[in-house]
Design a protein around this ligand. Structure first.
Ligand code: SF4
Length: 252
């Protein structure tokens, strides 16, 4: 795996449910075709020339050294750190990325900083030994592997992803699921209840629509569709005592 170095690492996000974030890899082998917003931004700002380059991730080799400098300076301001916003912390098939993520989480936890993790790879069971304030999550927008291969070609198979999250949940960890970007029926016909049922052990579910896609714009009934699906999520979570958040712009 190629490596690069950087000067800074922790930064504050502007998103609705995030505080600070850490992105210690440039690019992502999962190659999601929703499309991936991080890829669009990397292309726009000249960090990745094209999709093929984006899918060859480069590890930021001095991540831990930067954290040693930044944590003492920022820790009073940080409520939590999310790994990651513009890459994947447990990239499928890239052990170096997972090893670096684990070391970063240990450093942050040692400073009393809680971490929130989100992946389309496999969460390692060793996470159960880290701070019990951490939250571990996966993205899950379908259970159909053919769709996964089409839209998240380099990511972990859904069943493996869910099993890794469940193993952490069984060990008492806080878990969450990002059901986003949820596809409209012109992309795939499926039952949202089945997706939710597969992760009904999770403590929190985030639901959000697909943005920036030609297919969604072409689907004229998307507003009514997303209102109905958000209603399904709310009912499902209320019935089971699961916390939920419907992303801005999903219900209209
Ligand atoms: S896992 Fe996230 S960062 Fe990686 S390609 Fe998919 S959407 Fe982009």
């Amino acid at each position: 795996m190629d490596a690069i170095t950087r000067k800074t690492m922790l930064y504050k996000t502007g998103v609705e449910y995030g505080d600070y974030t850490l992105n210690h890899v440039l690019g992502c082998s999962h190659g999601c075709l929703y499309p991936c917003y991080a890829f669009l931004m990397a292309k726009r700002f000249g960090k990745a020339a094209n999709y093929e380059e984006w899918c060859k991730p480069k590890l930021v080799s001095n991540t831990l050294e930067i954290l040693d400098r930044e944590i003492p300076r920022l820790k009073a301001k940080i409520e939590s750190v999310q790994l990651c916003f513009t890459t994947d912390p447990f990239m499928y098939g890239y052990d170096e990325v997972g090893t670096m993520s684990m070391a970063a989480i240990q450093k942050l936890n040692a400073a009393g900083i809680r971490c929130t993790v989100l992946t389309k790879g496999l969460l390692p069971i060793e996470l159960a030994k880290q701070s019990d304030k951490n939250e571990y999550g996966i993205t899950l927008i379908s259970l159909n592997e053919d769709y996964r291969k089409r839209i998240e070609p380099g990511a972990a198979p859904y069943a493996e992803r869910i099993a890794a999250l469940k193993a952490l949940s069984d060990r008492g960890c806080k878990t969450w699921v990002s059901v986003e970007p949820y596809p409209t029926p012109n992309l795939i016909q499926q039952d949202l209840n089945a997706v939710l049922e597969a992760v009904s052990f999770a403590n929190r579910i985030i639901f959000g629509r697909t943005n920036y896609s030609k297919e969604i714009s072409a689907y004229t009934k998307h507003k009514a569709f997303y209102n109905k699906q958000a209603g399904i999520v709310i009912r499902f979570c209320n019935e089971r005592g699961i916390a939920y958040h419907i992303k801005n712009g999903t219900m209209t």
